[in-house]
Design a binder for this molecule. Structure first.
Ligand code: ADP
Ligand code: MG
Ligand code: MG
Length: 196
């Protein structure tokens, strides 16, 4: 089934780190339109800390890889996205420590944990609008790049009802959610490592 070795999981996360680095400005621009413009900078700081922590701590098990990632993210990202990504990776750490090895289960549960943490659900113009459909499509072996891109694009016409962008009400319509975009790179990176 869909399982990733510790080595492949590190490869996956490091590819995400690289995507964020290449797209800092674009992510900041998305967040400027409907937030405070710091999402790219925040997440790049966080993911660079992840890269450093993985290199220094050299985690040898799946739960340790996920935990190292979560801790680096939450300790370096101040904004809403730090807490949410931290929740996702901590959930994956906890479940894999309990013996769950199926990647689709880890991802589905990470999505559910973020919904709880953020009191959010699909349609609120958040990262859940990427994570929820993407994790379900992954479970159903239907996740593709164009599906991921569609999920990102769909956030454009949504009205934000969580976080800073919700203060804009109707004016949040017409802009892609920055964290749906940054999350999309995680799933694109996953498709890449699975194709190898
Ligand atoms: P901040 O707004 O604190 O600067 P970021 O820029 O890092 O944080 O992230 C903003 C993003 O966080 C929003 O675009 C939205 O997708 C997401 N977000 C904010 N609040 C919530 C929530 N309660 N549930 C899910 N996602 C949220
Ligand atoms: Mg922001
Ligand atoms: Mg901020």
């Amino acid at each position: 089934k869909m399982e990733l070795s510790t080595e492949k999981t590190i490869d996956w996360i490091e590819r995400w780190v690289e995507y964020i680095k290449q797209n800092v400005t674009a992510l900041n621009e998305l967040d400027t339109a409907i937030g405070d413009g710091d999402h790219g900078t925040n997440l790049n700081r966080g993911t660079q800390a992840v890269k450093k922590a993985l290199a220094e701590e050299k985690p040898q098990t799946l739960p340790l890889v996920y935990r190292t990632t979560a801790m680096a993210l939450v300790s370096t990202i101040g904004g809403a996205s730090g807490a949410l990504f931290g929740t996702a990776f901590l959930t994956m750490a906890r479940l894999s420590k309990d013996g769950e090895t199926k990647l689709e289960t880890l991802l589905l549960e990470a999505n559910e944990a973020m919904k709880k943490r953020g009191k959010s659900d699909v349609g609120m113009k958040t990262l859940i609008d990427l994570w929820d459909p993407a994790t379900k499509a992954f479970r159903d072996h239907k996740l593709t790049r164009s599906y991921i891109q569609n999920c990102v694009d769909k956030t454009k016409n949504m009205k934000a009802s969580k976080g800073r962008s919700s203060y804009l009400r109707e004016r949040s319509i017409g802009h892609i959610d920055p964290v749906a975009k940054s999350s999309s790179y995680l799933f694109i990176a996953l498709l890449e490592v699975l194709e190898e």
